[in-house]
Design a protein around this ligand. Structure first.
Ligand code: CAA
Length: 384
């Protein structure tokens, strides 16, 4: 490793590893079948301080750094990727946005309970016709006296149904492009906000992904997050952190797939010997481990840059791009090593394969990460 983990980072990693493998992992396969939201897991994560990890202790958070956070998130993803995505969006996108852009009142009123895990946060940027290009979103927020009136439909919202609070973006100036977008904090139960259709997904089955529908939803002006017109910047800043989180989820799932493959290869005999003796299998395992290590280093490096207060947009995208593509290769190899058993639900690898598939898509597709990275390089922005 480029740098040495601190005692505190190692302690957090080991505490979360024990917890995740003892408490979360044993029920992950069942949860994938029943699609039951992991409410109990999230409650336990909150008790351990994992739902406000990077929020300072004076706001009821744990005050951990980004490196400790990605180590913890990887361990949760190792056990259950559906639980990890809820933790990831809540911590890196919702809590961090309010911490960075919220007023003191918003921090007291919303961040404190979020950090305690009293309710879960969601982030609503994407729309049916605006995914990779969120500047063209159509949701509107019209100012009426002391309120904004929100209208529009948001799509593919992680924890759309089971969240207690949502940060939503909408156009306050429809004639402007990204500079006409503002962000708002909206509590669930606010009249005019309803949960729309629930997606039927191939992976991350226990995490709900829904539409959120705003129909003349009145939001007090003091619940606007940041300045008028700052919503796009807030979303992009949040996604920088979120993307390191997707790298962490990828690393966790890939490690689980590698460990399962090593275990299987050391138990399964064919042609009179363990399949771990065959070079074809050994080389696959060597490639899986090497790519996983490279992704882990990119993830840690981006997180460490964030902790040092350096500009880390390109590195977050690099970590997300490489790690999410790596986990798709690694889970495919894991399935291959398991042969027919990889294709059936008795073993966990088919779940890893399905869960990993969305990592190259959500929080910015691989193609969008390449746009971000190449923009930084070609515009001669400092990358390294
Ligand atoms: N940090 C801060 N500001 C940023 C920024 C960043 N990382 N990236 C861009 N900006 C700013 C720019 O500086 C610019 O500001 P000024 O005009 O003041 O200079 C402004 O934003 C617009 O920048 P661009 O012209 O580069 O923006 P663009 O419209 O061309 O889009 C993009 C750039 C990278 C393609 C962006 O649209 C993008 O990231 N798209 C993907 C969206 C995405 O990841 N969606 C996933 C949604 S979340 C999710 O997946 C659901 C979930 O719950 C998990």
């Amino acid at each position: 490793m480029l740098f040495k983990l601190t005692d505190e980072q190692i302690m957090i990693q080991s505490m979360v590893r024990d917890f995740a493998r003892e408490v979360i992992l044993p029920t992950a396969m069942e949860r994938d079948k029943t699609r039951e939201f992991p409410a109990d897991n999230i409650k336990r994560l909150a008790e351990l301080g994992l739902m406000g990890m990077t929020v300072p202790p004076e706001l009821d958070g744990s005050g951990a750094d980004a490196v400790a956070y990605v180590l913890a998130l990887s361990e949760i993803a190792y056990a259950c990727a559906a639980t990890a995505v809820v933790m990831s969006v809540h911590n890196s996108i919702v809590c961090e946005s309010i911490l960075r852009y919220g007023t003191e009142t918003q921090k007291e009123k919303y961040l404190r309970p979020l950090a305690r895990g009293d309710y879960i946060g969601a982030f609503a940027l994407t729309e049916p016709l605006a995914g990779s290009d969120p500047a063209r979103q159509k949701a509107s927020a019209r100012r009426e006296g002391g309120h904004y009136v929100l209208n529009g439909t948001k799509r593919f919202i992680t924890t759309g149904k089971n969240s207690g609070l949502v940060i939503v973006t909408a156009k306050t100036d429809p004639s402007a492009r990204h500079k006409g977008i503002s962000a708002f904090i909206v509590k669930k139960g606010t009249p005019g906000l309803t949960v729309g259709r629930l997606e039927d997904k191939m992976g991350l089955c226990a995490s709900d992904t829904t539409d959120l529908v705003f129909e003349d939803c009145r939001v007090p002006a003091e619940d606007r997050l940041g300045e008028d017109g700052q919503g796009f910047t807030i979303a992009m800043t949040a996604l920088d952190s979120g993307r390191i989180g997707i790298a962490a989820q990828s690393v966790g799932v890939a490690q689980a797939a590698l460990d399962a493959s090593v275990k299987y290869a050391k138990e399964r005999e064919q042609f009179g010997q363990l399949i771990s003796k065959f070079q074809g299998i050994r080389w696959m395992i060597a490639d899986m481990a090497t790519e996983l290590e490279a992704a882990r280093q990119l993830m840690l490096s981006a997180a460490a840059m964030k902790d040092r207060g350096e500009h880390f947009t390109a590195q977050a995208s690099m970590a997300k791009l490489y790690a999410s593509e790596m986990v798709n290769r690694v889970t495919a190899k894991a399935l291959q090593i398991h042969g027919g058993y990889g294709f059936v639900k008795e073993y966990p690898v088919e779940r890893f394969y399905r869960d990993a598939r969305v990592f190259t898509i959500y929080e910015g597709t691989s193609e969008i990460q390449r746009v971000v990275i190449s923009n930084h390089i070609l515009k001669d922005k400092r990358v390294l």
